[in-house]
Ligand binder design. Structure first.
Ligand code: MGP
Length: 266
């Protein structure tokens, strides 16, 4: 008996180095703690502040244990989103390069200021939490393009090989603001009276600046960061960097530096 031959239809598939992420499933690392007794000791302080971190915590917010240290509390994330809303209206895209559990991404989305939000997270469980939390907050899913990647790889592709990015991840740098809330190397920063940003781990100020300097960007940094160090990043004598301290209940939580991009050919 002869075999049946299917006609050979060539398929054209285009694969990109980075593509938008699908919905990631919650994993065992993604937790919604309901009582302090369930919470590891080193994050119990943050659990006590859970409603200032996410006011809708009880509606089903999930976080990984590592995300608790760095997530931006909701009032601060909302204030930053309000401040960034006043950035010149030619900008229509914001990139949250360290999306974490989604605190800032959700605030950007709720501000309704941005046509596109690109949110990058390299840990799959943390990304799953962020996607879940955006849903909890009722964010329009079409507003956020999630990316599962190392954000330095993404930024490098944006600058040097944009054709290797899926079209939904390509951006016009002149219309984009980058927001970076990087890891600070844990809560140890608090022991320094003035925090030396050259020592920030795993990415110090020089590394962040080298990656972002061509774009308008906002760096979210320890409250005691050395502002003289930040001032050196201004891209010219006539350009200024705004540094804002964000406080809750009268005490600073962190600062943000609003840094203009330098000319692309610098
Ligand atoms: P904190 O270190 O817990 O200080 O973080 P706090 O709450 O003032 O504690 P106290 O005991 O000194 O009073 C304060 C805020 O900084 C957190 O809510 C986060 O928004 C932010 N934050 C803290 N860490 C360790 C990080 C980090 O590593 N990365 C980022 N991006 N933000 C962080």
């Amino acid at each position: 008996m002869g075999s049946i031959h299917e006609p050979h239809v060539p398929t054209i598939s285009t694969s990109y180095v980075l593509e938008p992420a699908d919905k990631f499933p919650l994993t065992d690392e993604c937790k919604h703690y309901e009582g302090k007794h369930q919470v590891p000791w080193d994050i119990q302080k943050y659990f006590s502040q859970r409603y200032s971190i996410f006011s809708w915590y009880d509606e089903g917010v999930y976080m990984t244990d590592n995300a608790w240290f760095g997530v931006t509390p909701e009032p601060v994330a909302s204030q930053i989103a309000r401040e960034m809303s006043t950035i010149d209206s030619s900008k229509d895209t914001v990139i949250d390069v360290f999306a974490g559990a989604g605190g800032n991404t959700v605030a950007f989305a709720l501000s309704q200021r941005w046509k596109r939000i690109i949110a990058i997270e390299r840990d799959p469980s943390t990304l799953a939490c962020a996607q879940n939390n955006a849903e909890v907050y009722g964010v329009d899913p079409s507003l956020i393009t999630w990316v599962h990647a190392d954000s330095f790889d993404y930024v490098e592709l944006v600058h040097n090989r944009p054709e290797e990015l899926h079209p939904d991840l390509r951006i016009d740098m002149s219309k984009t603001v980058l927001f970076a809330s990087p890891p600070w190397g844990g809560p140890g920063y608090r022991t320094d009276e003035v925090f030396d940003l050259s020592n920030m781990q795993p990415y110090n100020l020089e590394k962040l600046h080298a990656a972002y300097r061509k774009m308008d960007h906002v760096l979210f940094l320890p409250r005691t960061s050395d502002v003289r160090h930040i001032a050196k990043l201004a891209p010219g004598d006539d350009r200024k960097i705004d540094v804002v301290q964000y406080c809750m209940e009268g005490a600073s939580k962190a600062m943000a530096a609003y840094i203009p991009g330098s000319c692309p050919d610098l």
